[in-house]
Ligand binder design. Structure first.
Ligand SMILES: *Cc1c(COP(=O)(O)O)cnc(C)c1O
Length: 390
C-alpha cells in the first residue's frame, strides 16, 4: 500500500474498541493481573510488542502510535519517548558505553550536541563532529571503537543535504550503527531505512503532532535494534503522556495534506526571498540552485516548511525593527505547527568541523498554513523595516 493509505489505517484497531475510529486514551500507572501466573507471564514479556505491564512501559494508546509511525516511516518497530530530545538521548545511549566513540554531524540540532559534549563525555563516550558533506569519506574517521554514525539531513539551521546512502554504506562496512534525526522530512518525505539507516528519530512534537500542543519523540528501528532501544528508553524513564500520544495520533492522520501545503508555501517564500536585495542567501534544498538540490531530489519525496536565510549585515536594532513589527510570523522555538514562525539563528556558534563563513544575520523560517500572499506581505514590510534601520 502507498504511504497515504498506510497513514490513515496504521495503528488503528476499531474492532477491538466497539468500532470507535480512534483508539481510546488510556491513562495508566498500575496495570492489574488476575493471577500470579498472569503477573509472571507479563513480567517476562514486558518488552514485547503490545504488552501492557506498567504505565511506564506504555499502554494500547502508545502502542497504536508506535505501530503507525513504524509503518509510515518504513521501519519495523518504534518506541515513544516524552520529547524528541528524550528520544535522541535514549537512542544514543542505547548503543554506546564507556570508551566508545561516535561520529556526529556538525550541523546536528544544537541540543544533540549539548548531550554529546556534556553528558556522554562525562560518561566516557567521545564524539567527533564531521562535515555534513563528507559522504563516503566518513569511512576515514571510523576507528575500531567507533560504534555509531549520526546523520541529520538537511542540517539544522543551514540545511545541507547529506549523502545518507554513501555514509551508511561506509559505516556498515565497519560495523557501525547508522542513526538519523529525520524530523525535517517527517516519516513521509524521507525513507531513512530504504536509504540505509538502522534507527530513525522523529521529534513528533513537530509535524506528527502538528498543532504546537504536544511534546513527543519516536525512535523507529529495524527489528534487530528494537529491544536495546526499548530497554534504554525504559531505563531512562523516558515515557510519554497518553494525552500527547493521542494528539500525535490524531495529528498524524492529516500529515500529508498539511505537509504539502507547508512545502508549497515554504518554497514560495524561499523563492520570493531569494529575489530580495536585503537577502544574501536562502538555504532550501528544494530550490533548484541549492547545493543540496540533487541529493534532495534523489533521496526525498518532498520538503517541509522549514528553511534558512541570511540577510545583509545590520545592527541589532535593525533586526529588532524587523522582527518586533511582524504581524503573522511569531518569534518562537520549535516548529511544525500550523502557524508561521521566524527566529534568528547563529550557525557558526555551534559547529566545529565545517566552516560557516556567511557574515550577516541568519534566520530560520517555518512556513505555516496561512495564505502565502499575506505571509509575503508581512515579510516584505519586515525587510523594508530592516533596511531602513541599517
Ligand atoms: C525539535 C527537534 C528535536 C527535539 O524535539 P523536542 O520534542 O522539542 O524535544 C530534535 N531534533 C530536531 C531536528 C528538532 O527540530
Amino acid at each position: 500500500m502507498k504511504k497515504d493509505t498506510v497513514l490513515i489505517g496504521a495503528g488503528r484497531t476499531p474492532e477491538e474498541n466497539h468500532g470507535v475510529v480512534n483508539p481510546p486514551v488510556y491513562h495508566a500507572s498500575t496495570i492489574t493481573y488476575p493471577s500470579l501466573a498472569a503477573l509472571e507471564e507479563t513480567s517476562r514479556k514486558r518488552f514485547d510488542a503490545g504488552v501492557t505491564y506498567y504505565g511506564r512501559y506504555g499502554t494500547p494508546t502508545h502502542f497504536s502510535l508506535e505501530r503507525a509511525v513504524a509503518a509510515v516511516e518504513g521501519g519495523d518497530r518504534a518506541v515513544l519517548c516524552g520529547s524528541g530530545k528524550a528520544a535522541l538521548v535514549a537512542a544514543l545511549t542505547a548503543f554506546v558505553k564507556r570508551h566508545d566513540h561516535l561520529l556526529m554531524v556538525d550541523t546536528a540540532y544544537a541540543p544533540t550536541r549539548t548531550f554529546c559534549d556534556g553528558f556522554l563525555a562525562r560518561f566516557g563516550v567521545e564524539t567527533t563532529y564531521y562535515d555534513p558533506l563528507i559522504g563516503a569519506g566518513i569511512g576515514e574517521l571510523i576507528r575500531p571503537e567507533t560504534k555509531l554514525v549520526f546523520i541529520e539531513s538537511p542540517g539544522s539551521e543551514t540545511f545541507e543535504v547529506q549523502d545518507l546512502p554513501a555514509i551508511a554504506k561506509a559505516a556498515h562496512a565497519k560495523g557501525c550503527i547508522v542513526m538519523c534525526d529525520n524530523t525535517w522530512a517527517s516519516p513521509l518525505y524521507c525513507d531513512p531505512f530504504a536509504l540505509g539507516a538502522d534507527v530513525s528519530i522523529q521529534a513528533a512534537t513537530k509535524y506528527i503532532a502538528g498543532h504546537s500542543d504536544a511534546m513527543l519523540g519516536v525512535i523507529t528501528t529495524r527489528a534487530e535494534q528494537h529491544r536495546v532501544v526499548r530497554a534504554a528508553a525504559y531505563d531512562l524513564g523516558a515515557s510519554a503522556g497518553p494525552d500527547d500520544v493521542y494528539l500525535a495520533l490524531r495529528g498524524m492522520r492529516t500529515l500529508r495534506v498539511r505537509l504539502e501545503r507547508h512545502w508549497k508555501t515554504g518554497l514560495a517564500l524561499a523563492e520570493w526571498l531569494k529575489a530580495r536585495p536585503e537577502v544574501t542567501r536562502v538555504m532550501h534544498p528544494a530550490l533548484p540552485n541549492d547545493p543540496g538540490h540533487a541529493l534532495w531530489q534523489r533521496d526525498f519525496s518532498g520538503a517541509s516548511g522549514l528553511f534558512g536565510l541570511v540577510l545583509k549585515p545590520g545592527p541589532k536594532k535593525a533586526l529588532a525593527a524587523m522582527l518586533d513589527g511582524m504581524c503573522l510570523f511569531a518569534m518562537g522555538y520549535s516548529w511544525g505547527g500550523y502557524e508561521s514562525l521566524i527566529v534568528p539563528t547563529h550557525p557558526a556558534a555551534h559547529r566545529t568541523a565545517s566552516a560557516w563563513s556567511d557574515e550577516g544575520q541568519n534566520l530560520r523560517i517555518h512556513a505555516g498554513l496561512e495564505d502565502v500572499e499575506d505571509l509575503i506581505a508581512d515579510l516584505e514590510a519586515s525587510l523594508v523595516r530592516y533596511d531602513a534601520a541599517r
